[in-house]
Design a protein around this ligand. Structure first.
Ligand SMILES: [Zn+2]
Length: 442
């Protein structure tokens, strides 16, 4: 048996010098398997238009070693029977908030950073069981950097869960989408919002995110629905402010994700070369064409709109969201259909945290509901999301890719709802969920 170094080392993640302290295979709570052979009924490889039929996948040392009709079976390899299932790359959600809880926004200001990180860990582990093996967290509301601590603990193998990529905070204008000061007073006068006005302050905040180890810069160049005192239909950054966010991030080698709404704000973001438009609630045809030409990814968070519609109907949408969402909901749905019918690159992201993580898996269905083909929706949640994250080693099933795999009964290319029935999850070669309900590592 090989030491677990292989599992955690896959993907070039930070190891944190813990090698000597790792549990021996089979010891402790981690279930390390040096090699396994997955016997798959069908396979979606992350890219192809068609599913492959019966296929075998050899997983060794946390990586996919071989894929074919029949593969090598090394001595001691565990054979996992998925002959009644479709196997796909582990799903990637490129927009979550592990430390935010929209059902209790007051908590954002009252909880300690450590409490948020612990809750975030618990949510991340639960979410892994739905098949999400990689998450991009797009911002915490905290004076410190709880999601960066969480990422470091996960990626070093100190705790078990999905792979995490992080933007620390939402850099925002005063009374912009990331400004919670109008919501609740902060406990102990600690600022939970990353607010800046003017280029000097913005540059300082971008550099602070970098200094503390964020992977991405997150900003908001238009208002939001759940935030007070702003409007998604209005851009919030002046051009010179958007420019300084993006040029400082570029100088530091960091990609930018922008919460955006108004078509004008979407165009501004594309002009300043952000990597992903988040939500893009009110995007128009011209902006979608610009995104397609520039290669800007769109993360349309379509399930969130369904959640908001449900809340509006039930009368539970927060007051500050009602007038904006009532005004815009039809236009948001129209914009989503336009995005779905375009050639733009669409990546799956949910905004879970703003609604329960248990509903995040429905994003695949929401995407198909808006007009994406099931295969394109599956790509959005695998290979396209990986491309957005700049990771060639996840989101696809090919030799030397990370062994991040899920299995579901049925054929997701015919019936996208089976994505919500994932019952086998492997991350970097370690099994986290099995069809019989016995999870490997928990
Ligand atoms: Zn968000």
């Amino acid at each position: 048996m090989t030491a677990p170094a292989v599992s955690a080392g896959a993907g070039g993640e930070r190891r944190g010098g813990l090698e000597d302290d790792w549990p021996a295979p089979g010891a402790g709570k981690f279930r390390w398997v040096s090699a396994s052979v997955l016997v798959c009924g069908a396979v979606f490889d992350g890219i192809s238009e068609e599913l492959r039929g019966r296929t075998e996948i050899l997983v060794r040392d946390g990586l996919i070693a071989e894929i074919g009709r029949s593969v090598d079976r090394p001595d001691g390899a565990e054979v996992i029977d998925l002959a009644e299932r479709t196997v796909a790359p582990g799903f990637i959600d490129t927009h979550v908030h592990l430390t935010m809880d929209a059902s209790n926004l007051a908590q954002q200001t009252l909880e300690s950073s450590a409490a948020k990180a612990l809750k975030g860990l618990s949510l991340a582990r639960e979410y892994l069981r739905y098949g999400f093996t990689t998450l991009r967290d797009l911002g915490s509301m905290d004076p410190e950097f709880p999601t960066i601590d969480l990422r470091n603990a996960l990626n070093a193998g100190l705790v078990e869960g999905p792979r995490l990529v992080v933007a620390g905070h939402i850099i925002s204008a005063s009374a912009g989408h990331g400004d919670l000061r109008g919501f609740y007073g902060s406990r102990w006068d600690l600022p939970v919002s990353a607010v800046a006005d003017g280029t000097r302050e913005i540059r300082r905040l971008v550099r602070r995110e970098h200094a503390y180890g964020a992977d991405w810069i997150k900003t908001a160049n238009a208002g939001g629905y759940f935030s007070v005192g702003d409007d998604p239909a209005r851009p919030s950054w002046l051009d010179e402010e958007m420019d300084v966010v993006c040029s400082t991030a570029r100088r530091l080698g960091m990609p930018v994700a922008v919460h955006t709404g108004a078509a004008e704000a979407c165009k501004q973001a594309i002009r300043y070369s952000v990597r992903s438009l988040e939500h893009a609630y009110l995007i128009d045809e011209e902006a979608i064409d610009m995104a397609a030409r520039a290669g800007t990814y769109i993360v349309p968070t379509m399930q969130m709109t369904q959640e908001d519609l449900g809340q509006l109907k039930a009368g539970t949408l927060p007051d500050q969201a009602v007038w904006k969402f009532r005004r815009d909901s039809r236009r948001i749905l129209d914009a989503q259909r336009l995005v779905a019918s375009s050639q733009a690159k669409i990546a799956l992201g949910t905004d879970c945290g703003m609604f329960p993580f248990s509903h995040g898996i429905r994003e695949f269905q929401a995407m198909v509901g808006a007009g994406l083909s099931p295969i394109r929706a599956l790509r959005a949640g695998t290979s396209v999301a990986a491309e957005l994250l700049g990771r060639e080693d996840i989101g696809v099933l090919k030799p030397n890719a990370c062994a991040d795999l899920v299995a579901m009964p049925g054929n997701p290319a015919d019936d996208i709802t089976v994505t919500a029935q994932v019952d086998f999850v492997m991350r970097a070669g370690a099994v986290h969920r099995r069809p019989d309900g016995n999870s490997g590592g928990r």
